[in-house]
Write a protein that binds this ligand. Structure first.
Ligand SMILES: NC(=O)c1ccc[n+]([C@@H]2O[C@H](COP(=O)([O-])OP(=O)(O)OC[C@H]3O[C@@H](n4cnc5c(N)ncnc54)[C@H](O)[C@@H]3O)[C@@H](O)[C@H]2O)c1
Length: 309
């Protein structure tokens, strides 16, 4: 019988890529999402495998997990867009912290969950100018990173209490189709698809480790299939960083047309981090995983997407 998997946040940007990959690999995938940021059509599951639910609704989450009794739970549902979290700190704490408590308590009560994956973020790290390994101590700098560090700690406590194996994945910057939040790459994509050849952007020099959502999904699946026991934390990035200028150059190459940049003062943000680069040696060693998508290949597919509204 196919292994049943529940993905919270499966109608979102990264979750929908995981739904697609797990389904393609023969898993029976269920999605729980309140569609606050995700979209129903992104979660490629039939209606009887889609649970429209808010993870803050504790009794409903307990009841849903007890009914479903999935073997794996991938907990991705969270408020993730940093400007939104800064503007709504109470909501961010309720969803990212209390929502995680509810999902994990429901995993324990469901009696039969064999593995849990919890999505965290590189935002739990302090500023560092070279590649960051998992051994670097935490130093989140915003409400989002603080709530995700709490998510990790709650997941650790859950493991010690229940002995259910837990993998925490610290995602670096995802890119790929179906973005739900107005990050840098979808903004460049939107302007290019709208016909602009002089792009209006903010800070141009910060570098980020962009990893395609298909590679991210494969890394998570590889970690779960590795059957690790205990509580383990892994960076999930590509191990290469690109500046905003370099991302624009990749768009120009794939477009076959030059693109210029005009710095828009309204978009310039106080950026504390000039670098955010993953050391992925622990992930590689545990799974043999290798990324398949380069920046240019990913950008090429984004240029085929229907223009964003
Ligand atoms: N996108 C990135 O680059 C990135 C980087 C680091 C970490 N992450 C983490 O990865 C996970 C997925 O992020 P994403 O980029 O796909 O974002 P997303 O906003 O597209 O996905 C989050 C999903 O969770 C759902 N959700 C939000 N609040 C909920 C609630 N109260 N109850 C039920 N569902 C709820 C949303 O509707 C959405 O579908 C998050 O945990 C995020 O913190 C993402």
């Amino acid at each position: 019988m196919a292994r049943s998997v529940l993905i919270t946040g499966g109608a979102g940007f990264i979750g929908s890529a995981m739904v697609a990959q797990l389904s393609a690999q023969g898993y029976e995938v269920h999605v729980l999402d309140d569609l606050s940021f995700g979209r129903r059509e992104l979660a490629a599951v039939p209606d009887d495998r889609f649970i429209h639910m808010d993870i803050r609704d504790r009794s409903a989450v307990l009841e849903a997990l007890a009914r479903l009794r999935p073997q794996w739970v991938l907990h991705l549902a969270a408020l993730h867009f940093i400007p939104y979290c800064n503007a709504h700190p109470t909501e961010a704490a309720e969803v990212n912290i209390m929502g995680t408590v509810n999902v994990l308590d429901a995993c324990e009560a469901a009696n039969g969950v064999r593995h849990v994956f919890v999505a965290s973020t590189a935002a739990v790290y302090p500023i560092k100018d070279d590649a960051i390994a998992e051994t670097v101590g935490p130093g989140p700098m915003d409400i989002y990173g603080i709530t995700k560090l709490a998510t990790e700690r709650i997941a650790g406590e859950f493991h010690h209490r229940t002995k259910i194996p837990v993998v925490v994945g610290r995602f670096f910057n995802a890119f790929g189709p179906n973005e739900t939040n107005p990050h840098l790459i979808p903004e460049i994509q939107r302007q290019v698809l709208a016909g602009q050849r002089t792009l209006k952007l903010g800070n141009l020099d910060p570098k980020r480790d962009f990893i395609h959502t298909a590679d991210m999904s494969q890394a998570v699946i590889a970690l779960l299939e590795a059957g690790l026991g205990g509580f383990e934390v892994f960076n999930i990035g590509r191990g290469i960083e690109y500046s905003v200028r370099e991302v624009v150059e990749a768009f120009a190459r794939q477009l076959g047309e030059p693109l210029s940049i005009k710095v828009d003062p309204a978009r310039v943000r106080n950026v504390e981090r000039m670098h955010l680069l993953a050391d992925v040696s622990k992930l590689r060693k545990a799974t043999g995983w290798e990324p398949r998508w380069g920046l240019d290949e990913g950008v090429a597919t984004l240029l085929q997407e229907v223009p964003l509204p």
